[in-house]
Write a protein that binds this ligand. Structure first.
Ligand SMILES: C[S@@+](CC[C@H](N)C(=O)[O-])C[C@H]1O[C@@H](n2cnc3c(N)ncnc32)[C@H](O)[C@@H]1O
Length: 262
C-alpha cells in the first residue's frame, strides 16, 4: 500500500498537497529531505531513547527502522498538511500534552527551529529524559514542563496561550478535548493523533468540542511507510474562548467525561 494521506472527511481541499509530499521507500527515506543537522539530531535522539530505555520505561519499540517510522515519521508527517502550516508560522508556539518520550513534540521541534515547543507531561521521570535530549541536541526552542494538562489549563501562563496543541496516545477524545482545548488560543488549532478508527470516539466527543470552544473539525487518514499501519489525525479549530469552569480539577475529566452532546 502506498503511504500518504488518503482521505479528508470535510472536503478534499483541506488535505490538498499532503499526498504529493507522501514518502515511499525505506524507513529512513523521509529523512533524506532533511538538512544534515536535523538528520544527525534524529540519529542522536534515537541513540538516547534506546539507551535511557534500559533504565526507564520510555518505549516498547527499540528497533531502529520501527522507531523511525512509528515514532519519528508518525510525529512529523503532519508538516505536510496545509492546516499545520497555517498555524505553525515562524514564531508560533505549540504544546504537546502527554508527550512521554517526546512524541510528537520533540520530533517536531527538531524540524521547526523557528517555532517554540512546550513538552508537557505529568510524569517527572520522562521530563528528565526530555531535558537531557533537548540539551544534547542543542534545541533552544524546547521547554519541558512537568504538569498535568488540567492544572496548566487553569494557569494563566498556559491557558489559551498556544497557536497549536498536539497530543498522541493520551486519552479518549471526550477526555482529551478537555486537556487540550483550554490551552489553545482562539484562532489556533488542536491536533489529536489517533489510530485508524475515530468515528466512535468522535461521536462521544462532540459535546466536549462544542462546550470547550471548538469549531467544525476535520480528520485526515494516512498510511505509514512499509505497511506500518494507518493513522488518523483530528484537527479541531478553537473558535470561542473556553468557559472558565473548564478544565475541571485534575482527574475529573477522566472520571466524568463531558456528555456526548453539549
Ligand atoms: C501512552 S503515553 C504517550 C506518550 C507519547 N505522547 C507517545 O505517543 O508516545 C501517555 C503520556 O501522557 C501522560 N499523561 C497522561 N495524562 C496526563 C495529563 N492529564 N497531563 C499531562 N500528561 C499526561 C503520561 O504521563 C504519559 O507520559
Amino acid at each position: 500500500m502506498r503511504d500518504g494521506v488518503t482521505g479528508d472527511k470535510a472536503g478534499g481541499e483541506w488535505a490538498a498537497g499532503a499526498a504529493a509530499g507522501a514518502h515511499g521507500g525505506g524507513a529512513l527515506a523521509w529523512t533524506e529531505e532533511l538538512p544534515e543537522r536535523q538528520r544527525r539530531q534524529f540519529e542522536r535522539y534515537y541513540e538516547m531513547l534506546v539507551d535511557w530505555n534500559q533504565r526507564m520505561n520510555l518505549t516498547g519499540i527499540t528497533e531502529k527502522q520501527e522507531v523511525y517510522i512509528k515514532h519519528f515519521y508518525d510525529s512529523v508527517w503532519i508538516r505536510e498538511l496545509p492546516a499545520w502550516r497555517e498555524v505553525m508560522k515562524p514564531g508560533a508556539c505549540a504544546v504537546d500534552v502527554g508527550t512521554g518520550a517526546g512524541f510528537p513534540g520533540l520530533a517536531l521541534a527538531i524540524c521547526h527551529s523557528d517555532c517554540e515547543f512546550v513538552l508537557m507531561d505529568s510524569l517527572n521521570k520522562r521530563v528528565g529524559f526530555l531535558q537531557a535530549v533537548a540539551a544534547e541536541l542543542g534545541l533552544s526552542n524546547v521547554q519541558v514542563v512537568h504538569a498535568r494538562a488540567e492544572d496548566a489549563g487553569r494557569d494563566k501562563a498556559y491557558r489559551e496561550r498556544f497557536d497549536c496543541v498536539l497530543s498522541r496516545a493520551v486519552a479518549r477524545l471526550n477526555v482529551l478535548m478537555e486537556l487540550m482545548l483550554p490551552l489553545v488560543k482562539v484562532g489556533g488549532m488542536a491536533f489529536a493523533y489517533k489510530g485508524p478508527a475515530l468515528d466512535e470516539e468522535l461521536a462521544e466527543a462532540e459535546g466536549a468540542i462544542q462546550t470547550l470552544g471548538g469549531g467544525v473539525h476535520r480528520s485526515v487518514t494516512f498510511t505509514l511507510p512499509q505497511g506500518a499501519g494507518t493513522r488518523t489525525l483530528l484537527c479541531v479549530p478553537k473558535q470561542r474562548k473556553t468557559p472558565a469552569a473548564y478544565p475541571r480539577k485534575a482527574g475529573v475529566p477522566q472520571k466524568s467525561p463531558l456528555a456526548p452532546r453539549g
